[in-house]
Design a protein around this ligand. Structure first.
Ligand code: NAD
Length: 499
């Protein structure tokens, strides 16, 4: 198996980055593995409470005394655009590191994820150039101006499934609205994000504006979110972790947004273009080996076309080219870790125990050496009440359920604790119009696979999270509103004690 980068391109030791300089924390050494080979590629040095103190203090200094929050908007825009350019210029390096971290196919990283990361900084640069405060002048004699100001030090926590896109979006948004931050990547996937923040410094990011700490969630993450000098928290990760994060935010009474898990319904009506729906269903669950919060992991198919659709899906799933992430022909890479591979595979056994029918995969691909390769898997579940239909498996694992008509489609789609995305496939407009308003999810794609418009608020209903990310949504989250009411002309005031 080829490696995405030469050894000389990667740092063997991954440390914190505080005030723009590497700082070796005082905690445990944690191995970082390349999921495609199972080989160790780097060692992460865990940061403990004292290291978190330093990182938060650096961000605090940068906020209270540094230039970043006080830059004029146009200057901040220029810097964000420069950050975008430096990311563009380093796409092969960052893609290689992200591939080492995650095993994602290089082709996807080069053509989509990294371009998106660069675009995100430009997007927020554009956004802040257009947004403005509000003036109220309805009360006679007064003018009230509502302005927005940065909040302070943001704690940003990213998961392992798409570290660079998800982590960098938080960094771009926090910076765009004038905050400083401490970023904690997942301990499994720190390399690309740390390098990205180093590149931002090379491109003119002031010291302390973005600091990085590394380590496991219950150690480094928990210390960061509980830190009394953190002013807001943005978290993307699992639902159970989300509860702990929100509890920590509640203790310090600070704003917190959480983007959590999903078990999204991909609803295929008989009235759909079934070829397109098939392509969409395969992309919806096997992109990034199913390790996407927004994966269409429950595939609901109308009964008259159910058997034929499942058969075609299974046949295509078995033909998906999995293997070396550096090979342009590879369509699906490994899952992110050995433990996660075992977790995903355990659901194949569970599906059988629950009376499900395995129609594709369900096994590790032993032909690919020690990499964490799970064959694209699909099961037909006996009901939506089974664990394979309810639990987020977060791997290349599709769960099929049949339905009859709009009512049942809606009931099954909404019959989950999650509510992140839904996908609807039908060429019959009244069917689409009947279903869409009733789906309890933060986003709905109609006759399309996921397309993330950064302007639109992204986030979940129910246990998929609290809060949204997007242009305006981030402006609301990363800024305080402040009103200033001015009396337009002097006049008599009520005079207490004057009589
Ligand atoms: P996770 O919750 O285990 O970890 C996410 C981050 O939080 C990591 O940096 C981790 O180290 C840290 N963390 C873990 N426990 C912590 C604690 N007690 N206190 C503070 N920090 C802690 O999630 P994961 O396994 O890295 O990612 C997979 C999950 O993320 C899936 O459930 C997936 O659906 C979700 N996800 C959601 C979105 C979304 O936008 N809704 C996007 C991507 C992933």
């Amino acid at each position: 198996m080829k490696l995405p980068l030469a050894d000389s391109d990667i740092r063997q030791t991954v440390t914190a980055l505080i005030d723009g300089a590497p700082v070796r924390g005082g905690g445990a050494e944690i191995p970082v593995f390349y999921p495609a080979t199972g080989g160790r590629v780097a060692t992460l040095i865990e940061d403990g409470a004292a290291d978190i103190d330093r990182a938060v203090a650096a961000a605090r200094r940068a906020f209270d005394h540094g230039p970043w929050p006080h830059l004029g908007v146009e200057e901040r825009q220029d810097r964000l655009c420069r950050f975008s350019e430096v990311i563009e210029d380093n796409i092969p390096l960052l893609a290689g590191l992200e591939c080492f971290d995650t095993g994602k196919p290089m082709r996807d990283l080069l053509t989509r994820y990294l371009k998106r990361t660069a675009h995100c900084f430009r997007f927020f640069a554009d956004y802040i150039g257009q947004s403005s405060g509000v003036v109220y002048d309805q009360v006679k004699g007064y003018r009230t101006v509502v302005a927005r100001e940065p909040i302070g030090v943001a704690a940003l926590l990213a998961p392992w499934n798409s570290p660079i896109s998800l982590g960098s979006m938080k960094v771009a948004a926090a910076l765009a609205f004038g905050n400083t931050c401490v970023l904690k990547p997942s301990e499994q996937t720190p390399m690309a994000l740390v390098r990205l923040v180093e590149l931002l410094h090379e491109a003119g990011l002031p010291e302390g504006a973005v600091n990085v700490v590394n380590g496991r969630g219950p150690v480094t993450g928990a210390a960061l979110v509980a830190h009394p000098d953190v002013d807001l928290i943005s978290f993307t990760g699992g639902t159970e972790t989300g509860r702990a994060i929100m509890a920590a935010a509640a203790r310090n009474l600070i704003p917190c947004m959480t983007e959590l898990g999903g078990k999204s319904a991909n609803i295929v009506f008989a009235s759909a273009d079934l070829d397109q729906a098939l392509d969409g269903a395969l992309l919806g669950i096997y992109t990034n080996a199913g390790q996407q919060c927004l994966a269409g992991s429950r595939i609901l198919v109308e009964r008259p076309v159910f058997d034929a659709f499942v058969a075609r899906f299974a046949e295509r799933a078995e033909r998906i080219r999995i293997g070396d992430p550096t090979d342009d022909a590879t369509e699906m890479g490994p899952v992110a870790s050995e433990a996660h591979m075992k977790h995903v595979l355990s659901y194949a056994g569970l599906a059988r125990e629950e009376g499900g029918r395995l129609v594709a995969g369900g096994v590790r691909d032993e032909s690919l050496g020690n990499g964490y390769f799970v064959r694209p898997t699909a099961v037909v579940a006996p009901s939506n009440d089974t664990r394979v239909a309810q639990e987020e498996i977060f791997g290349p694992f599709a769960t099929f359920l049949p339905f009859d008509g709009v009512e049942e489609a809606v009931a099954i789609a909404n019959g989950t604790d999650f509510g992140l995305m839904s996908y609807v496939w039908s060429d019959h407009l009244p069917t689409v119009n009947a279903v869409v308003p009733r789906l309890r999810s933060g986003g709905i794609m109609v006759n399309a696979t996921m397309m993330r418009d950064l302007r639109a608020p992204f986030g979940g209903f129910k246990e998929s999270g609290v809060g949204r990310e997007g242009g305006e949504a981030c402006e609301r989250f990363y800024t305080h509103e402040k009103f200033v009411s001015t009396r337009l002309a002097p006049g008599p005031l009520r005079q207490l004690g004057a009589a």
